[in-house]
Design a protein around this ligand. Sequence first.
Ligand SMILES: *Cc1c(COP(=O)(O)O)cnc(C)c1O
Ligand SMILES: [Zn+2]
Length: 425
Amino acid sequence: MPGSMSPKEELSLTYVEGLRCRECAHPYPAEALHVCEWCFGPLEVVYDYEAIKGAVSRERIAAGPLSIWRYAALLPAAAEGAVSLGAGFTPLVRADRLAAELGLGELWIKNDTLNPTGSFKDRVVSVALTKAQELGFKVAACASTGNLANSVAAHAAHAGMESVVFIPADLEPAKVVTTAVFGGRLVAVDGNYDDVNRLCAELAGEYPSWAFVNVNVRTYYAEGSKTLAFEVAEQLGWLAPDHVVVPVASGSQLTKVAKGFKELYTVGLLDEEPHVRISGAQATGCAPVAEAFAAGRDVVKPVKPHTIAKSLAIGNPADGPYALDAVRESGGSFGSVSDEEIVAGIRLLARTEGIFAETAGGVTIATLAQLAAAGVVRPDERVVVYVTGNGLKTVDAVAPFCRPTATIAPTLEAFAAAVDISEVP
Ligand SMILES: *Cc1c(COP(=O)(O)O)cnc(C)c1O
Ligand SMILES: [Zn+2]
């Protein structure tokens, strides 16, 4: 029984029962598997929720590490030996000034720009590489739209693993530098993310000892996103929000945020069954899931991405249909926003709340504004918006609009002549 275990024994424990196909429910052992042999559906981790219920409590979680690993009981890898740079437990910031601009009431920003490599990807990578090491993989690899490259290269360096990271060649320069600095192999591919992903699926077949975190270890990787739900509930005093707005690239994050809130109730950490409306955010230049939602379709038709929100530029999203289901089931909606709106969203968040997000954050804030104007996100709701990446990685998007107020000679006269201070107290 967990209650009688030493802290050391508890750290080495997981509550994983096995894997299961998300389509045909065929069961599999919790090994290095990710697709169903019968129907090629993706596999999902299955937990022993009864045992978790007996083992977790709000107090035990509060006494845990200030990282995603405080929720280890609901993750597929053991906290002992975790590959961790401290991902997670990012601030949940009350956003009254932004709420006032948008005509909303209780609004919170989950500020995931403050993760070790500046994006939410540190959550999923920490889980994936911990599991990869448990399974005996020696090499960390991925197909990335940018942030995943940063995170895999950094966590591999920290863990002393070799890394081989694949990116589209047209990525933002900052994301290239902040990956290459960690010293692994960084391969720029002439093509978009969907081309990179296809190549990595082939490479995963050729090199079975490489852990492509979002390909052959994806089943485990994806579970890390549940911590976005766990933390929000804990930070709200063990309450679920009424409505969350989540950015969508492959759709994995959104799907797992939905799963996370449900699990908290299943294992007794929430008193009331949560009814969280989930709305998805995409850029109009790459909005295959939002378009399927708007058209009432179940099929997500692939698109060719053209957007400044490169971290969300997946034209053929692996978890698109599951994200669509999660949004529909929750009573949420989708929005999609133009490049101009994305830039405006970045600047609005910065100006009202002092948080500098990358283009994906601009997508989420602009979608929030769109859904608030349409009355979909309502002033009577407790709303949480996931801001998932740091603005320092996509400075070029806002650079033309963000210049000094004036450039002057170092004299009082020059200052008085150049800067209007009539509104400054
Ligand atoms: C990868 C990414 C997402 C969404 O990822 P999914 O593939 O939908 O899980 C959101 N925001 C940022 C900044 C990202 O890098
Ligand atoms: Zn199957």
